[in-house]
Design a protein around this ligand. Structure first.
Ligand code: ADP
Ligand code: ASP
Ligand code: MG
Length: 432
């Protein structure tokens, strides 16, 4: 008997028929003798619809109330899923994040989990009932207000619960068969990965592959929890996200079974069009100015990604500092900088949200020379202009125009020999 946490994303529970289909799958696992804990997202595009509703009512909805509104989406799906399971003859009990013991800090819209106390979930399992937990939400320890973890946060709820319950595996059910070498919606010939390390998955998620919430991968890595990303629309084996060691064991086992599975050099390419680029123009070129800029941004809670500073023009003694941040926090970033303009003495601010970040990720980069050469030549051949560059040990990213994002990713995918023979299946969802 195993303890399995199964997470179903919005596209897997988009309508009544999908909910019944998912209920069948859960009950089958339960009848096979496993302990099953289910975590669900809101149905289909419910969360987007609720945000639109809030914005129609108020251009800047109060964060506490927005969180209260958004958590309603997951409450609907958890209750109807429990009903569907009852009709299949099993007992299910739905729980809000708060009831399931997801204790967070009070940062509305981006709350961090500070503790998980799943007492009620454990008792439900002991009664042979199937607990259904609303994803993406919790309750703040100090204010006792309802919070959300941020968009896509149900993956993190599932992983955190799996860790707290010492589950054997966290299964993430979605609308594609697993993690691919690129988003199958952009690169139809993307190839499914059999397995990927936490480190590579972290880079892929940070680069913008939204198949897993970044924080869920960080959490799984910290506690060495195996994550299995798979489709709720098929019975195919999905992609295992594992530690380096567990992945090596798996490769050896597969090889003994006859298939030679060598770890690929590149695990994927990603395009992300959700960032904006801000340039602080005419910054006095003296020690402490970059610190002042990034302190102001940190105080405003802005997550910075890439940074470049131009060589200062000798005549003026001034330089430009450019950085990228999520489009959603760009207005706040501009306001925070405007507030320190006189203190720093920069000339102006420039803003650009027509950008894309294009990334290539792979652990094999460490040991294979020539990856950067192929990367930049294939982009050049595709006519993609490079505006910024950043790298990690296992990733290269550039910023270019959003209009060429898809083309850039396809060019890299082909250049690194990742194209599959057939087309990947996208089972459902709008990809919003
Ligand atoms: P869910 O509603 O199940 O949480 P998401 O929309 O958050 O689903 O994530 C699944 C989607 O992630 C897929 O439909 C796919 O378009 C997208 N995606 C982006 N990059 C990748 C990738 N490398 N592999 C698989 N899917 C990806
Ligand atoms: N329903 C939330 C969202 O759309 C959480 C999730 O799906 O993970 O972001
Ligand atoms: Mg998701």
């Amino acid at each position: 008997m195993s303890l399995i946490v199964q997470k179903f994303g919005g596209s897997s529970v988009a309508d009544a028929d999908s909910i019944k289909r998912v209920a069948r799958r859960i009950v089958d696992t339960h009848l096979a003798g496993h302990e099953v804990v289910v975590v669900v997202s809101a149905m289909g595009d419910t969360t987007d619809d609720l945000i639109e509703l809030a914005e129609q009512v108020s251009p800047k909805p109060a964060a506490r109330e927005l969180d209260m509104l958004l958590t309603a989406g997951e409450r609907i799906s958890m209750a109807v899923l429990a009903m569907a399971i009852h009709d299949l003859g099993a007992e299910a009990r739905s729980y809000t994040g708060s009831q399931a013991g997801m204790i967070t800090d009070s940062a509305h819209g981006a709350a961090r989990i500070v503790e998980v106390t799943p007492g009620r979930i454990r008792s439900a399992l002991d009664d042979r009932a199937i607990p259904i937990v609303a994803g993406f939400q919790g309750v703040a320890r100090d204010t006792k207000d309802i919070t959300t973890l941020g968009r896509g946060g149900t993956d993190t709820t599932a992983v955190a619960l799996a860790v707290a319950l010492s589950a054997d595996v966290c299964e993430i059910y979605t609308d594609v068969d697993g993690v691919f070498t690129a988003d199958p919606r952009i690169v139809p010939r993307a190839r499914q990965l059999d397995s990927v390390t936490y480190e590579e998955m972290l880079e892929l998620a940070a680069a913008g592959a939204k198949v897993l919430h970044l924080r869920s991968v960080e959490y799984a890595r910290r506690f060495d929890l195996p994550v299995h990303v798979r489709s709720s629309f098929s019975a195919h084996e999905g992609t295992w996200v594992l530690s380096d060691r567990a992945l090596t064991d798996r490769i050896v086992r597969n090889a003994q079974g006859g298939s030679t599975v060598e770890q690929p050099i590149i695990s994927g390419t990603v395009a992300d069009t959700n960032d904006a680029k801000i340039t602080v123009v005419g910054v006095p070129d003296r020690p402490g100015e970059a610190a002042a800029i990034f302190t102001a941004l940190a105080d405003a809670n802005i997550n910075i990604d890439m940074i470049v500073q131009n060589v200062s023009a000798e005549a003026t003694g001034r330089t430009d500092v450019t950085f990228t941040c999520p489009q959603g926090s760009a207005a706040k970033a501009l306001a925070a900088l405007e507030a320190v303009r006189d203190a720093i003495g920069f000339a102006s601010l420039a803003f650009d949200d027509e950008i894309a970040k294009i990334s290539l990720v792979g652990a094999g980069m460490r040991s294979h020379p020539g990856v950067s050469a192929t990367f930049f030549s294939s982009l050049a051949e595709a006519g993609v202009n490079v505006e910024m560059i950043s790298t990690s040990e296992i990733r290269i990213s550039i910023v270019t125009r959003a209009a060429v994002a898809a083309e850039a990713v396809r060019a890299l995918h082909t250049a690194f020999g990742l194209d599959a023979d057939g087309e990947a299946v996208v089972y459902a969802g709008t990809g919003r």
